[in-house]
Design a protein around this ligand. Structure first.
Ligand code: ADP
Ligand code: GN1
Ligand code: MG
Length: 368
């Protein structure tokens, strides 16, 4: 048995899972956590579970984070079940308890782990393949937010404080440029210039929030297209994943990150940025799905800012990739040198495309 299999077998034994450990494989393409599909033999039947090792360098209060996940999934499960939904265990994530009863394992050698039921018959996509998938994903994230609108449990922990505070992200980039510990700033001059010329964008939503024009809600905050599962057979959005950043935020952050991750026809780390463009039909499908999922909750001022939210969140993500590149790729996992720089370039190319089409996109929103 390899070291990884032996480690997964030990994690398996730490959780209340029946049956015999068979094997586990690395799974998904997230940038932060370590995810495995683990197969267990249950009386002759192979059953998969989703094992995840949390990145505790990034999530520094993993116990608080897990309390959020428990409270949020519990609230949603309750609502689904009382409204007559019969397949709630596919529509919301289900945590499994560890031997001591808590929903995680915190082990000095193995690390910090959690286990979910594996949702079968559905999958995530890194790249959108059809326009309807945009509608489905956005409706799912909108519904997720609607289901949490009456959440009255314990206040959710800010798992990463100021996560979408774009002003602070901008300052963090300025600090990274000044420090330039690896001498990478010179080669990144065009991107740095692009970033620094857009300082005013960073405060657009913060100002609206500060003035009270747009409300804080419980939001997902990481609504990347590959964080929602779509049914294999029908294509319907079935379950929202990656709940590590569910905390108070703005609806527009969730919509903006959908625009960022779904409107671009090429991969986040595409090296040929001439292929990057914000697709208007996808934008419209996202907006239609999001309005449907949130079911009338969005204020007119929020609707009016859906297009700018796409620009803002894409810009913010570009700032984060650029900072991480300058600081030595400590945050976003990379698989080749320069990958965070490539990711930054696609984000900034997408910002440019969104800027050019801002009026057209606003018209699309107003026509819905
Ligand atoms: P990360 O924080 O690293 O992005 P995610 O929670 O998004 O981790 O999980 C990574 C991938 O694992 C997802 O994109 C999805 O494909 C898959 N996945 C996550 N949870 C489940 C689940 N409960 N059932 C099936 N697949 C899942
Ligand atoms: C990370 O974990 P993952 O890969 O779904 C990041 C998001 C970024 C995204 C960019 C906790 O998401 O904020 O938008 O990468 N998550 C965290 O692809 O920082
Ligand atoms: Mg993810």
């Amino acid at each position: 048995m390899s070291a990884t299999q032996a480690k997964l077998a030990r994690v398996f034994r730490a959780f209340q899972i029946r049956g015999d450990f068979l094997s586990g494989t690395r799974y998904g393409s997230g940038h932060i956590n370590e995810t495995y599909a683990v197969t267990v033999d249950q009386a002759g039947q192979p059953i998969r579970y989703l094992f995840q090792r949390l990145n505790t360098a990034i999530f520094q209060n993993p116990v608080g984070l897990m309390a959020n996940v428990e409270n949020v999934t519990g609230h949603i499960r309750n609502k689904l079940q009382t409204s007559g939904v019969t397949d709630a265990s596919r529509r919301v994530l289900t945590l499994l308890p560890a031997q001591e009863g808590q929903f995680f394992l915190d082990d000095p050698e193995l690390g910090f782990w959690r286990v979910y039921l594996f949702i079968e018959g559905a999958r995530t996509y890194d790249l959108l393949e059809q326009t309807d998938q945009a509608f489905q994903a956005a409706r799912s994230f909108g519904t997720f937010q609607r289901l949490l609108a009456d959440y009255e449990g314990p206040r959710l922990t800010d798992t990463i404080p100021f996560f979408h505070h774009t002003g602070r992200r901008f300052e963090a980039l300025q600090q990274a440029i000044a420090a330039d510990p690896l001498g990478r700033a010179k080669a990144a001059e065009p991107e740095i210039e692009f970033a620094l010329s857009r300082a005013t964008l960073t405060t657009r939503l913060l100002d609206l929030q500060a003035s009270g024009a747009i409300p804080e809600r419980i939001t997902h905050n990481d609504t990347k297209f590959n964080n929602v599962m779509l049914e294999d057979v029908t294509g319907e959005g079935v379950c929202v994943l990656d709940l590590d950043t569910v905390m108070p935020g703005l609806s527009l952050y969730d919509f903006g990150d959908l625009v960022r991750s779904a409107c671009n026809p090429v991969a986040e780390d595409e090296t040929d940025v001439s292929q990057v463009v914000a697709r208007g039909d996808i934008f419209e499908a996202l907006a239609t799905g999001y309005l449907k999922g949130t079911a009338g909750a969005l204020l007119p001022v929020e609707r009016e800012h859906l297009a700018i939210a796409g620009q803002l969140l894409t810009f913010e993500c570009g700032l984060r990739f650029l900072s991480d590149h300058l600081l030595g790729d400590a945050y976003f996992r990379i698989h080749r040198p320069g990958q965070n720089m490539d990711r930054c370039r696609t984000q900034f190319a997408l910002v440019r495309s969104l800027e050019l089409q801002a009026d057209a996109f606003l018209k699309r929103i107003r026509s819905l």
